[in-house]
Write a protein that binds this ligand. Structure first.
Ligand code: RIB
Length: 308
């Protein structure tokens, strides 16, 4: 079976649902609250595992209740946790999330906690196991030096690397980013990283040219309800969105990446993987929470029968 390694973050999401943000100095009653398993790395790992991939996770959690909760969740979802380590004396990453129930949009704060302790030496420590994977998946909720080391590791061992530059970090080296086989930002991240406007597909293509000047092979820009745009040296391809009634978009980008990683490693076909990922992410926004909204493989198959 093909294997995916996710080198990235683990958080616990503290999600509040309400119809507007509180203003400065205001106390406002919200509608509801829930706690869930999250973190961009963890979400992507769980999405791929739910679809049946063998997923190896490299991550750090704190020695607190949230660390225990995260480890149990990985195990329940079938993610390989041999390289998920507890760090003494530091909290697990947490993400207070506010979901606007009128618009289904979210805003997210992250407190990285133990995620800051995932270091290049952790990649070296996992080398023997890690070098047998087919795809390494990265995001930016762990130190940049770790992300760069993972990209170098992938190149050294001939392993394909996907970088989801989320959350956008202006200091990200475009030299490093463009060494990856797949660079998968949303429009906002693309704007921050290239300094170019991205309000139209033409503007997105202009912004993309900055990355191709640095040698990028494949850019996949996720555009939410506008679908996605895959650009490579050979072609440009727009994939239409799958229309659904969104109630909570938190974690939809991660659903896309996890599903893309699963189908790309299974089929080697980028366009098929993008179409599956669009459908999986669309289905995820019809449920509440991040990982809690990801369908099982069976539910996803059922959805595709009726919607594609
Ligand atoms: O992309 C959604 C994720 O961002 C949440 O699960 C939260 O933990 C933050 O990492």
């Amino acid at each position: 079976m093909k294997k995916i390694a996710v080198i990235g973050s683990t958080n616990v999401d503290l999600i509040t649902y309400g119809n507007r943000f509180a203003k400065g100095g205001e106390t406002l009653e919200a509608e509801s609250f829930c706690i869930g398993n999250g973190g961009k790395g963890a979400n992507q790992a769980v999405a791929a595992a739910k679809l049946g991939s063998h997923v190896l996770m490299l991550s750090k959690v704190g020695d607190d209740q949230f660390g225990e909760m995260s480890l149990s969740n990985y195990q329940a979802q079938g993610v390989d946790t041999q390289f998920v380590e507890k760090v003494a004396g530091i909290s697990t990453g947490v993400a207070p999330i506010f979901v606007n129930t009128e618009t289904s949009q979210n805003s997210i704060l992250i407190v990285k906690g133990a995620n800051n302790c995932l270091l290049p030496s952790d990649i070296d420590h996992a080398e023997e196991t890690l070098k047998s994977v087919d795809l390494i998946v990265l995001q930016l909720e762990v130190p940049l030096e770790t992300v760069y080391h993972a990209i170098d590791f992938g190149q050294k061992h001939g392993i394909k690397v996907l970088l989801n530059p989320a959350p956008a970090v202006a200091e990200l080296s475009l030299e490093y980013a463009c060494k990856c086989d797949f660079f998968v930002p949303n429009e906002t991240e693309l704007e921050i990283l290239t300094g170019k406007p991205v309000s139209t597909v033409d503007e997105i293509k202009q912004a993309a040219s900055v990355l191709f000047e640095h040698g990028l092979k494949n850019l996949i820009v996720t555009m939410g309800s506008q679908g996605s745009l895959w650009i490579s040296n050979e072609q440009e391809r727009l994939t239409a969105p799958v229309k659904v009634n969104a109630i909570d978009t938190s974690g939809a980008g991660d659903a896309f990446i996890g599903c893309f990683s699963h189908f790309f490693t299974q089929t080697g076909d980028v366009q098929v993987a993008i179409e599956k990922a669009s459908a999986f992410a669309a289905l995820s926004v019809t449920g509440k929470g991040t990982q809690s909204s990801y369908p099982t493989a069976a539910a996803f198959n059922e959805f595709q029968k009726n919607n594609i």
